[in-house]
Each structure stands twice: as structure tokens, then as C-alpha cells.
Design a protein around this ligand. Structure first.
Ligand code: DOR
Length: 428
């Protein structure tokens, strides 16, 4: 079946100035632009800008075992609504994704849903316990795309070394949640002036910086590809900057919440803002933005971490860590930072940049590429409405904010995975 997507602009230097064009695809593969072809189906991009579908390297979809928080269906539908065509899911589920049969069944189930593609991460160690490596070769064969004990930390340096060596021999990246658990201890927020004034246990920057320093040394030692997840502090970023200057193969991601929120938000005592690693200071957020500008930070990822409202309504000491953001990440980044980074750079940080981190073929809208694409509306301001979320986590630090840059159409493998109602509802 041939589909034409009409009334779209291409992302150019002069954003919004582009002419309206038509993109053709057939059976999930792009045929080309402005062809003189009949089509079986027509999609209307409504004047939006078409880009390759966004790629998410870090989302908690909670299946199996925690479906009250999220499941593949709600999580991948939420991802498609956020403009994502591909999602790397984290393995800290119940049971942990350390079994090739489980990787296969998750992929098979996701394929049947018709939302974003699932490319699961598998655990680096069995049960994410840090004691024994998981069956990395079999997990790769089953479809795992990276190994990580995310959600937990890698306390045993020798185990991480072995994991890096093994993963490297398989050509895959090891992704790490870089915090020293002994130093983080029972900290529920950034350690600093705000935690002191609130009397809450703090998690110092040193917990992240010390662990990043150790992990880049392991990358140096092994020559393996190390990816540092959700970097949150200026200190840790500086260590990555120096490691890169030294030629160490290390990449890192930052999350929208660490760029747009600070530990001041915890003054509300609202556990919605409780996340690991924690929200830091304004100076940290600014350093991370500079890291995006100068290329020290490789890509954006959400660390979408859904929990039930009941869990997040507990007090700060009891509530679980995590902020859901997969449905708002792009418009949030676009609205806040298009002036500083430019729209093309922001799109890159959500598309080619994560693909480069994983060593995947770079996404493109040229003939022969998969028809995975997203139409973005840079013009219309829409409010963040949690009631409209596809995610089961219907709360958001950005609820009520007016944002631009919303995905209005997401196509995955040539099929519509998400379409936004054409006019924002202004009544509620
Ligand atoms: O805030 C977080 N939430 N950080 C993590 O590392 C895990 C995640 C989760 O699974 O909820």
C-alpha cells in the first residue's frame, strides 16, 4: 500500500519558511519526496514539520509485574504520543529482564500493539543483583540492544569491568546508573542548602561524580562503550568532558527534568519531584544545557518513570523515585530551549544523537529508510493536560504549562501510531 503524507515542511535552516511538500512511503519504507505517484492512502501533516520519529533510550514501561504503574500498551502509546517511534525499555521490572525468553516475548507483544517499536535493554547482571553476569550473548540474540542494571547501581567494579568487556565483544553498549549507593545512602533529594533547610536526607553530587569518575576509568581500561544515563550535575559533566578530551569512549544523556527543574521544587514537599539522581541546583541545570551546546552531552533521554498517584502522594521519605515525561519531553525542550539550542539541534538530540550512542543506522527521511516519522507542530500552543495522557501516570511537573512543538502525527513502520486532534481543546 502506498501512502502519501501531504502538507508537511522539511526541517531546514529557516524553520517554518519551507514550502509544503509530500512524502511517499510503501510497506513501511520511504519511497521519496514529491513523487508523481498514485497513493492508496493520504495523511495530512497540516503544515507541520516532518522529522524522523524520535528515539528514546531510557523509559520504564514496568511490564512485566508492575502493570498498575504502566504496561507495554500504555507506555508505548504514550511514547507514540510523545513523537517516539522507538523506545529502549529498562529491565528493572518484576521479574527483571535477564531472560532471553522474556526479551522475545516483550518484543513480540509490542509488535502487535502498533505503537512505538520496543527495543528492550536487558539486565547486565542476573536479577540486577550485581553478583553474576546475565547471559549477555543470548540476550543480544533475543533482541536486547544494551545492558544495564538501571534502577540499581553497579557497586562491584570488577563485575562492571567484566560486563563491559563481554558487551564490547558483542558490539553492544553498557548503560550505567552512575551513583555510589553507599554515598547516596538514604538521600531523597540533592544535598545542599535546600535539603538542609528542609531537614531532609540529602544525596550529594559526589555520589554521582565519584561513580562517573570510576566508570570512565573502567571504560578507559576496557576500551568498551560506556553510556552514562541521566547525568545530573556539573561536577559529573566535567569528568565526562575531560574523559572525552582524553579519548575515552564514553557517552552520556541528560533528562528534561534535570534541565528544567531544580531542588527548589522540593520545598513543596511534593514527592512528584523525587527522582534519582535528584534534581540539582540552577547552576547544575545551566551546566547541563551548556553540555548539550558544546557536545559533551550526547543526547536527550527521558527516564520516563511512571508510578501510581497513590505511591507518589506518599511523603517524601516513602514515595518511590521517578518522574514520567515521555509525552511532553519534546515540546518541553523545544519551548524552553529552541532559542538557545536551535530547533534543528533539539531534533537531532532526540533522533540521530541517540541512534549514534547505540551505534544504530542514523534515521533519515530519504528513499529506502524505514517510514518512521513524526510531524511536529511548532506553531500551536497547547497546554499540558494530564487527563489526556496515554501513560497510566497522570501527573506531571509541567501540568498546565503551555508548550509548542507538539507531535501531531507519529508513523511507525508506515502505520499511524498516533494522531493528535487538530485543535487544542481550550475549554478545560
Ligand atoms: O527516578 C528513578 N526512577 N530513577 C531510577 O533510577 C529508577 C526509576 C524507576 O524505576 O522508577
Amino acid at each position: 500500500m502506498i501512502t502519501r503524507l501531504q502538507n508537511v515542511k522539511r526541517l531546514g535552516a529557516e524553520l517554518g519558511a519551507g514550502a509544503l511538500e509530500t512524502l511517499f512511503f510503501e510497506d513501511g519504507v520511504i519511497l521519496g519526496w514529491n513523487l508523481d505517484r498514485q497513493a492508496d492512502q493520504t495523511l495530512d501533516g497540516r503544515g507541520g514539520t516532518v522529522v524522523p520519529a524520535l528515539i528514546e533510550l531510557h523509559a520504564h514501561l514496568r511490564e512485566p509485574g508492575q502493570e498498575e504503574k504502566e504496561d507495554l500498551e500504555s507506555g508505548l502509546a504514550a511514547a507514540a504520543a510523545g513523537g517516539y517511534g522507538t523506545v529502549v525499555s529498562m529491565p528493572n521490572t518484576a521479574p527483571v529482564v535477564d531472560d532471553p525468553a522474556l526479551v522475545r516475548s516483550l518484543i513480540a507483544k509490542a509488535e502487535g500493539l502498533g505503537y512505538a517499536r520496543l527495543r528492550p535493554a536487558a539486565a547486565l547482571t542476573k536479577g540486577q543483583k550485581g553478583e553474576q553476569l546475565a547471559e549477555l550473548a543470548l540476550l543480544k540474540e533475543a533482541g536486547a540492544v544494551t545492558f544495564t542494571d538501571d534502577g540499581r547501581t553497579n557497586e562491584d567494579a570488577r563485575m562492571l569491568r567484566l560486563g563491559l568487556e563481554y558487551a564490547h565483544s558483542l558490539g553492544l553498549v553498557v548503560s550505567v546508573h552512575a551513583e555510589d549507593a553507599t554515598l547516596r545512602a538514604d538521600g531523597v533529594m540533592n544535598e545542599g542548602a535546600v535539603s538542609e533547610s528542609l531537614g531532609l536526607p540529602g544525596n550529594p553530587v559526589a555520589a554521582e561524580a565519584a561513580r562517573v569518575a570510576r566508570d570512565v576509568e573502567l571504560a578507559r581500561l576496557t576500551g568498551a562503550r560506556l553510556h552514562i544515563q541521566h547525568l545530573s550535575s556539573a561536577r559529573a559533566l566535567e569528568i565526562v568532558r575531560r574523559a572525552k578530551a582524553d579519548g575515552i569512549v564514553v557517552t552520556c544523556e541528560v533528562c528534561p527534568h534535570h534541565l528544567t527543574l531544580t531542588d527548589e521544587a522540593l520545598r513543596s514537599f511534593d514527592a512528584m519531584y523525587k527522582v534519582a539522581p535528584p534534581l540539582r541546583t540552577q547552576a547544575d541545570a545551566e551546566a547541563l544545557l551548556e553540555g548539550l551546546r558544546d557536545g559533551t552531552v550526547d543526547c536527550l533521554a527521558t527516564d520516563h518513570a511512571p508510578h501510581t498517584s497513590a505511591e507518589k502522594e506518599r511523603d517524601l521519605l516513602q514515595a518511590p523515585f521517578g518522574i514520567p515525561s515521555i509525552e511532553v519531553a519534546f515540546p518541553l525542550m523545544y519551548t524552553r530551549f529552541a532559542d538557545v539550542l536551535g530547533p534543528a539541534k533539539i531534533v537531532e538530540l532526540f533522533t540521530s544523537a541517540p541512534a549514534r550512542v547505540m551505534g544504530w543506522t542514523l534515521p533519515s527521511l530519504e528513499e529506502g529508510a524505514p517510514a518512521d516519522l513524526t510531524v511536529l507542530d511548532f506553531e500551536t500552543e497547547r497546554e499540558v493536560k494530564v487527563s489526556e495522557f496515554k501513560s497510566k501516570a497522570r501527573f506531571s511537573p509541567w501540568a498546565g504549562e503551555k508548550l509548542r512543538g507538539w507531535p501531531v502525527l507519529t508513523v511507525v513502520g508506515g502505520r499511524v501510531a498516533f494522531e493528535r486532534a487538530s485543535r487544542p481543546d481550550t475549554n478545560s
